[in-house]
Ligand binder design. Structure first.
Ligand code: HEC
Length: 162
């Protein structure tokens, strides 16, 4: 007696078409998973190392503690949007992306170095629409929500204090 000949008659559990389909798909899924396992783990590792909450960086925290509470939300948005990569943690223009001096970046602490206006609304415009269509290195940030643009502009304006 062999189970194959008996199976269609006596087995109460006959695979439904949906089950059969998933069985057919499985080798493909397994292959895809196998192929992806390595890059995904690397991606996770990289994100854990480099893309973890930038606000939890001790240097960022230290800088934040020197800022009056009302401007801290603006500072947080400044960090979240990676503005410090060019403009630097203190706004002096010495961010790591400009280590080669490639960009001509104003010092936010010095009103005389701004080229596109020192008022909150002018600063906000520079952020929202960029400078010269981004050719200067300063791109438009139209993805930043209006209230965040406001708080970043207020923070940058505060940096101009004597
Ligand atoms: C890739 C580098 C880079 C990044 C990132 C960057 N900027 Fe800029 N930013 C520049 C440069 C370069 C200028 C000067 C443009 C010019 O006038 O030639 C500038 C100019 C500005 C100005 C105008 C200053 C003036 O001269 O009037 C403001 C305000 C500003 N940036 C805010 C921001 C904010 C806020 C962020 C993040 C949301 C940001 N930038 C991200 C490079 C950058």
């Amino acid at each position: 007696m062999n189970s194959i000949s008996r199976n269609p008659v006596s087995s109460p559990i006959r695979p439904k078409p949906a089950n059969r389909e998933s069985i057919h798909l499985q080798p493909g899924i397994i292959a895809a998973r196998k192929g992806r396992r390595f890059p995904w783990s690397i991606a996770l590792l990289v994100s854990a190392l480099y893309c973890g909450d930038p606000l939890s960086d001790p240097k960022v925290q230290e800088r934040r503690s020197q800022i009056p509470e009302q401007y801290q939300p603006g500072f947080d948005r400044f960090i979240e949007n990676n503005c410090q990569a060019c403009h630097g943690l203190t706004g002096d223009g010495s961010g790591p992306l400009n280590s080669s001096g490639r960009f001509d970046i104003p010092d936010f602490r010095n009103p005389g170095s701004y080229r596109h206006g020192v008022s909150i609304s002018e600063i906000r415009n520079s952020i929202e629409f960029g400078v010269e269509g981004g050719r200067t290195g300063m791109q438009a940030y139209q993805n930043i929500p209006p209230e965040h643009l406001d708080s970043i502009a207020e923070y940058i304006r505060w940096l101009q204090k004597p």
